[in-house]
Design a protein around this ligand. Structure first.
Ligand SMILES: Cc1ncc(C[n+]2csc(CCOP(=O)(O)OP(=O)(O)O)c2C)c(N)n1
Length: 687
């Protein structure tokens, strides 16, 4: 094992069980975290002091001896990642960042804990605070994000080599994190992929909100992790040397590592330590006074003694030389490889390559129109996009053949081949979606995945966080309506499009044919700060777009795909709005209406979210001023009133589906050209 001297030169690969500080120094450094957490929570009159006080020893050893990072460059690609999965303990992270010398994490920010516009939100928010690696709070998500980060590290290391990519991902997880179901998916995937640079420190304090953990849980976590293929150990989480030793061992493990650290929640608080009373509310003045006495902390609130701060600040600089050496290695690379790496980590994709690939697809589809399902069109799109966009890493939650997310050229990512670009996530939709967030946060990867649209419910908490964080993750969700047929109502999404559209900052695409599918893929890949869902059909659809449009017509979210015949642009008796598989139905209805001398126009709405974000003028001109408006979508009405108003007619679903061949279901539920035409005629008083 490398010596202590080596630890300061190259902290990524080295640490020593012998601490560089004395026990007394360590205690004072850890107590600085405890005091800042107590003080900030007290001042905010809200927050969670228990975890930061209990886990202060773990954090002190981790950040001052094991981790490599540069407070002055939070975007350094080869930094170790730290994920505070138990986001309620946010003051732990803020205190550590302040003590280490992250320039923006000033004492003023600590004093503004939980206040509007501060960098110290109630739970850590990566989109608000540089140096916070992911937004946590919903328990279990951070742990699963970290699995994605470790996957990204392994993948990029395989591609670019360990000279550029060689870092660890550390997680602090609580009882709550490990009780959440998502943790099982994450742990199993990490064990299977042998992500040996993932280290989970479990804050094993035996307390949650309701009281002792024994009220609700009796899992042996060490055995549980071992069963999933992890190296797992149990230590005293207040013993700095045991923590250092365990970390050192974890770093040389061939498996992911769990270190279960026995701690006392609220450590130092005279009456509330070891009790749920310290979990989630200010300790109160008397308790804080008592804690200060016990901890020997004599300075006033928000103050840190100069010697303690100096120790922390010097720890913050431990990796400076390492960072410098990394920069030199990068600079010494052949220009092309360096440019490739910098491009990959910049999160700026090569838009010209993307545009060329999409143009090629549109030309091919225009030349030989195809009547295929949009899931199949998506596969054709991916055949062109995956080679053009090296950031794309695909996968599926055990529905690869149904989701069409694996292109012919893709190889599988495994513990023997991290360079593979397709991940078999197993039947783990939630873990998959959260791991995708982690990959995107890590950088260098645009993850896309596959499952059925109905199982978006199983992914939803992670998709919501992707939207909150503004992460580019792409969910291919096929079998997007009753059009999937015989599998029946358990598998037929009805409310899912509306439910996903309700998530701010998420774009839900539902293309109507091959060309729209290619365009929607382009938009999803270009959306650097939005997650996307591509809702795709199982059943074949006619190709409605025939020419090659230079523009991406889906970009505005809605456009007139079939103008009213014999009328000036936008002038019509009826406007028909539809998405996906129902656009063809609307066009057939347009023909039926023409037979009744009714001029109807059809507006395709591949992305309602994008459309509603357009300027009012654009929206008005696309919606048009036809006196009758009808929307048709094989889902619920919710959301469509923004186009058709409360007076508009809606043809779609208002109940669960049923098990039958899909053509019969469309007839049974009245989603047919005839019913659309009837709805329009009724509104015109012509029925
Ligand atoms: C998904 C989810 N459910 C519920 C909560 C509310 N919550 C916050 S912390 C917590 C449990 C606290 O116990 P533990 O995780 O052991 O943290 P500790 O008490 O040790 O700080 C709960 C239920 C949450 N944040 N996320």
């Amino acid at each position: 094992m490398p010596s202590l001297a080596a630890a300061s030169a190259a902290p990524s690969t080295a640490a020593s069980s012998a601490s560089p500080v004395t026990r007394a120094q360590h205690d004072r450094m850890a107590n600085a975290i405890r005091a800042l957490a107590m003080d900030a929570v007290e001042q905010a009159k809200s927050g969670h002091p228990g975890l930061p006080m209990g886990a202060a020893d773990i954090a002190t050893v981790l950040f001052t001896q094991a981790m490599k990072f540069d407070p002055n460059d939070t975007a350094w690609p080869d930094r170790d990642r730290f994920v505070l999965s138990a986001g309620h303990g946010s003051m732990l992270l803020y205190a550590v960042m302040h003590l280490l010398g992250y320039p923006h994490m000033t004492i003023e920010e600590i004093k503004r804990f939980r206040q509007l516009g501060s960098l110290t939100a109630g739970h850590p928010e990566s989109h608000v605070t540089r140096g916070v690696e992911t937004t946590t709070g919903p328990l279990g998500q951070g742990l699963a994000n970290a699995v994605g980060m470790a996957i990204a590290e392994a993948h990029l290391a395989a591609e670019f080599g360990k000279d550029l990519v060689d870092h660890h991902t550390y997680v602090l997880a609580s009882d709550g994190d490990l009780m959440e179901g998502i943790s099982q998916e994450a742990i199993a995937l990490a064990g299977h992929l042998k992500l040996n640079k993932l280290v989970v420190l479990f804050d094993d304090n035996g307390i949650s909100i309701d009281g002792p953990l024994s009220l609700a849980d009796s899992v042996d976590q060490v055995k549980r992790f071992e069963a999933a293929g992890w190296a797992a150990t149990r230590i005293d989480g207040h013993d700095r040397e045991a923590i250092a030793r365990a970390l050192e061992k974890a770093r040389s493990s061939s498996k992911p590592s769990l270190i279960a650290c026995k701690t006392t929640i609220g450590f130092g608080a005279p009456t509330k330590a070891g009790s749920e009373k310290s979990h989630g509310s200010p300790l109160g003045a008397d308790e804080i006074k008592g804690a200060r006495e016990r901890l020997g902390w004599t300075v006033p609130a928000f103050e840190v003694p100069a010697d303690v701060l100096a120790s922390w600040r010097s720890a913050g600089q431990r990796a400076a030389a390492h960072h410098q050496a990394w920069k030199q290695r990068l600079a010494a690379l052949p220009a092309e490889k360096r440019a490739q790496f910098e491009q990959r980590l910049s999160s700026k994709i090569e838009t010209q390559k993307l545009a060329a690939a999409v143009r090629g697809l549109k030309e091919t589809f225009a030349k030989t129109p195809k009547e295929i399902a949009t899931r199949a069109a998506s596969e054709l799109a991916l055949d062109a996009l995956v080679p053009a966009i090296p950031e794309l890493v695909g996968g599926s939650a055990d529905l690869t053949g149904s989701n069409n997310t694996k292109t012919k050229g893709m190889t599988i990512m495994s513990s023997a081949a991290y360079g593979g670009r397709f991940i078999h996530y197993g039947v783990r939709e939630h873990g998959m979606a959260a791991a995708m967030n982690g990959m995107s946060l890590h950088g260098g990867i645009i993850p896309y995945s596959g499952t059925f649209l109905v199982f978006s419910d199983y992914c939803r908490p992670a998709i919501r966080l992707a939207a909150l964080m503004g992460q580019r993750v792409i969910h291919v969700m096929t079998h997007d309506s009753i059009g999937l047929g015989e599998d029946g109502p358990t598998h037929q999404p009805v409310e899912h499009l509306a439910a996903l559209r309700a998530i701010p900052n998420l774009n839900v695409y539902r293309p109507c044919d091959t060309i729209e599918t290619a365009e929607c893929w382009q938009l999803a890949i270009e959306s650097e700060h939005n997650p996307s869902v591509l809702a795709l059909t199982r059943q074949n659809l006619p190709q409605l777009r025939r020419g090659v449009d230079a523009d991406n017509r889906c970009a505005a979210g809605a456009y007139e795909i079939a103008p009213a015949q014999g009328r000036a642009q936008g002038k019509a008796d009826v406007s028909l709005f539809a998405s996906g598989s129902e656009v063809a139905i609307a066009i057939a209805a347009q023909r039926l209406l023409a037979e009744r001398d009714v001029a109807a126009r059809v507006v395709s709405v591949p992305c309602l979210d994008r459309f509603l974000a357009e300027a009012a003028d654009t929206r008005r001109s696309v919606i048009g001023d036809a006196p009758v408006k009808v929307a048709v979508e094989a889902g619920i009405r919710q959301g469509w009133d923004a186009l058709i108003g409360t007076d508009g007619a809606f043809v779609g679903m208002s109940s669960f589906g049923a098990s039958a061949p899909y053509q019969e279901l469309y007839r049974h539920f009245g989603i047919t050209p005839e019913k659309v035409a009837e709805a329009a005629l009724a509104k015109l008083g012509k029925s």
